[in-house]
Design a protein around this ligand. Structure first.
Ligand code: KG4
Ligand code: ZN
Length: 347
């Protein structure tokens, strides 16, 4: 993928982050994210509030992305936006904005699948990491966040097979729902990670679900944690406070174990040893350590992107937009947001 002077403005609004980025070729010039704090009080994302917040944020976020990139909108070559998957009301805000801007500026419009963005985020070039290696095809992408859990075989930029995905909760939800049971504020994943550092991962045992193939399931884990906590706090009301680190370490160990067993299985099944992770849960120190250790042991190459490209962001939409621009893969003004939008046509 050569570098060019093509400028793409990208917009991401699929869930609760309003983001805009400007790329010059494959290089990120800016990547602005407005995270919606309003959902914290509700313990999860409230769709109606998310779309209203996107409406308030989108103009200032796009404006800042252009300012930080140091370019005028007249220098843009195309507008890329997240078409789906995501929350319909949220997607509508970014989609309508992108359509109007492309019409106003009379430049092409490019629709992007959010999941493809997570996978191809590894190809964004950052000025502060000019020599960072990119994954080689074919590679396995493990996309783990509050909304997704997938293992994808990536044969080329636009040739991907979903090998497995969650049948119920996403892995980030498993962290957040466990944290809620422990009384932590939303999103509790980072807190479990923090407290786990001081605890014994084998202090308590939680079951690893038996799910076929490369699919995942996390809802049973949440239930077993709930019953365990109810049982223990009935005996000792102070149980959570007294064993916080051990409980968190044991939960984290179980979740990481569930993920790692499937990654190992995917490597055996495909023979691919190049592994790239993405999504907000890639920040988790347990999964990072487990992948690094397994990589050293089995000779895998592990790719972990900068954290700003792991969580929902527009730069990842911009890199897909740039690749599509090179293919002249443009869309039209009649395009509609798509809440359910799979990347693997065979599914
Ligand atoms: O990608 P993301 O920002 O948003 C989407 O869900 O698309 O991911 C957010 C998720 C939340 O569930 C959050 O609890 C989880 O990522 N998360 C973590 C950590 N940092 C973020 N989970 C475990 N350990 C972490 N350090
Ligand atoms: Zn995402």
């Amino acid at each position: 993928m050569e570098n060019t002077s093509i400028h793409i403005l990208a917009i991401e609004s699929s869930c609760d982050d309003t983001s805009a980025a400007v790329l010059r070729g494959n290089q990120r010039l800016s990547n602005v994210v407005a995270t919606q704090k309003i959902h914290e009080a509700y313990g999860g994302v409230v769709p109606e509030l998310a779309s209203r917040a996107h409406q308030q944020n989108i103009v200032p976020v796009v404006d800042q992305a252009l300012k930080q990139a140091g370019i005028d909108k007249s220098a843009l070559h195309a507008i890329a936006f997240t078409r789906g998957p995501g929350l319909m009301g949220s997607l509508l805000v970014g989609t309508s904005f992108a359509k109007s801007l492309s019409l106003g500026l009379d430049i092409p419009l490019i629709e992007v699948n959010h999941m493809q963005g997570h996978v191809l985020a590894h190809f964004i070039k950052s000025p502060e990491e000019p020599k960072k290696a990119v994954p080689k095809f074919p590679f396995l992408a493990l996309t783990i966040s509050g909304g997704h859990t997938q293992i994808i075989l990536v044969k080329d930029y636009f040739d991907m097979d979903v090998l497995g995905e969650t049948l119920d909760d996403a892995v980030g939800e498993a962290f957040d729902k466990s944290a809620k049971i422990l009384g932590f504020p939303y999103p509790g994943g980072p807190l479990i990670d923090k407290f786990a550092a001081e605890g014994n991962p084998h202090a308590f045992e939680f079951p690893i679900p038996k799910v076929g193939g490369l699919n995942f399931s996390f809802s049973g884990l949440k239930t077993s944690i709930l019953y365990f906590i109810q049982k223990e706090t009935a005996k000792n009301p102070n149980f959570i406070a007294a064993h916080k680190a051990d409980i968190c370490a044991s939960i984290q160990y179980t979740i990481v174990e569930i993920l790692m067993r499937k990654v190992k299985k995917a490597v055996t099944q495909t023979g691919v040893r190049e592994i790239a992770i993405g999504g907000g849960v890639s920040a988790n120190s347990g999964i990072r350590a487990a992948l690094t250790t397994a990589g050293e042991k089995h000779g895998w190459t592990i790719h972990i992107p900068k954290f700003e490209y792991c969580t929902d962001n527009a730069a990842m939409i911009g890199i897909v937009g740039y690749l599509k621009y090179l293919n002249k893969d443009f869309t039209h003004q009649k395009v509609a947001a798509k809440a359910r939008y799979i990347i693997d046509p065979s599914l």
